[in-house]
Design a protein around this ligand. Structure first.
Ligand code: ASP
Length: 335
């Protein structure tokens, strides 16, 4: 009999209504579980339940909570066949990306899920998301950090939240689905993933100062000069299309160059959910490369942020981080 661990971190799935809107309630979801007869079915894996404290709306998640979830999985790693993390949808893709880097040489399923409608309300999508995630975690066919939502199993560091109110809220625009859950759960051809090369290990993330700058038409780069300093160790630039920025008389380049020379790593991602950054295709992007920026290829911003935390936490030099940002470490990019 397979045994899994459910870790409840918070999010809509276990929230209750209050005067100020939905909020998490300690101890509540476990009492709901008592009433879910599917959970008692012999077709379901055995499970233990672990509730974090405090439960959070995922907008309040920080590196601390990523570390806490990672640490729980690491401490209980040998005891269970797989893990389900109940989490708010707003930052689920960030946590999934962070865990994918943090849990080195992972060889068990870690499935993040949640819901758009709380379990306590009618029409909740939480029940299927919970039950199917538990089955996938016990199946053990996909041994990596995944996000399951609305019938789709995605590689965690490729998922992104696309809808604030739809039931199929997440997409994986640059990586095929790992499984689809219809009448049955069909596992799909496995997208390439670098091989595990050692023992499972938990890497604690340092609270590195990271920034994200979204480029928009007419952006006045000099206004950002004071922000893009060595105080930010990693900067993700969300650029247009394949990695383009407004020329603006070249005003961004000296800023990037200065930031880079004084120790920051600047990674270029795209505002387009689908497709890849190709620095150098246009004049407006080759200058970024010359200034020292690295390509994030088809990584999501969520994944690029998490990867910067990871690489800085590992203590790599700036040069090593530049190289590794462009390498495929956990299936997070295809270059
Ligand atoms: N604000 C909620 C959260 O991310 C939304 C959700 O769970 O769907 O925790």
């Amino acid at each position: 009999m397979k045994k899994i661990c459910i870790i409840h971190a918070g999010g809509t799935i276990g929230m209750i209504p209050s005067e100020d809107g939905y909020k998490p309630k300690e101890g509540y979801i476990e009492t709901l579980f008592e009433q879910i007869k599917d959970l008692k079915s012999e077709k379901m894996p055995e499970y233990d339940f672990y509730e974090m404290s405090p439960l959070l709306d995922s907008s309040d998640m920080t590196v601390n909570e990523w570390n806490r979830i990672g640490r729980i999985i690491s401490d209980l790693y040998e005891k269970y066949d797989g893990f389900v993390v109940l989490h708010g949808t707003d930052t689920m893709a960030y946590t999934a990306s962070a865990l994918s880097f943090m849990l080195e040489n992972l060889d068990k399923p870690v499935i993040l899920t949640g819901s758009q409608i709380p379990l306590c309300e009618i029409r909740s999508d939480g029940l299927d998301n919970l039950i199917t995630s538990m089955i996938i975690a016990a199946d053990g066919l996909v041994r990596e950090v995944c996000l399951y939502f609305g019938g789709k199993l995605m590689r965690g560091n490729r998922a992104t939240k696309m809808s604030s109110d739809g039931m199929r809220a997440f997409s994986s625009p640059n990586c095929p689905l790992l499984a689809e859950a219809g009448i049955s759960i069909s596992y799909l051809p496995y997208p390439p993933m670098p091989k595990n090369e050692g023992k499972f290990n938990f890497c604690h993330f340092e609270d590195v100062p990271i920034g994200v700058l979204k480029i928009f038409p007419g952006i006045r780069f000099p206004l950002f000069e004071g922000v893009m300093t060595e105080k930010l160790k990693g900067i993700v630039l969300e650029t247009f299309g394949a990695g383009n920025i407004p020329s603006d008389n070249g005003s961004l380049l000296p800023i990037i160059k200065k930031a880079f020379e004084s120790g920051s790593v600047v990674a270029v991602c795209s505002q387009c959910p689908q497709g890849t950054v190709s620095l150098g295709i246009y004049k407006t992007s080759s200058a970024l490369k010359k200034a020292g920026a690295v390509s994030g290829y088809d990584m999501t911003t969520e994944s690029a942020v998490a990867k910067l935390y990871y690489l800085f936490s590992k203590g790599y030099s700036k040069e090593e981080i530049k190289v590794k940002m462009e390498q495929n470490l956990r299936g997070e990019l295809s270059n």
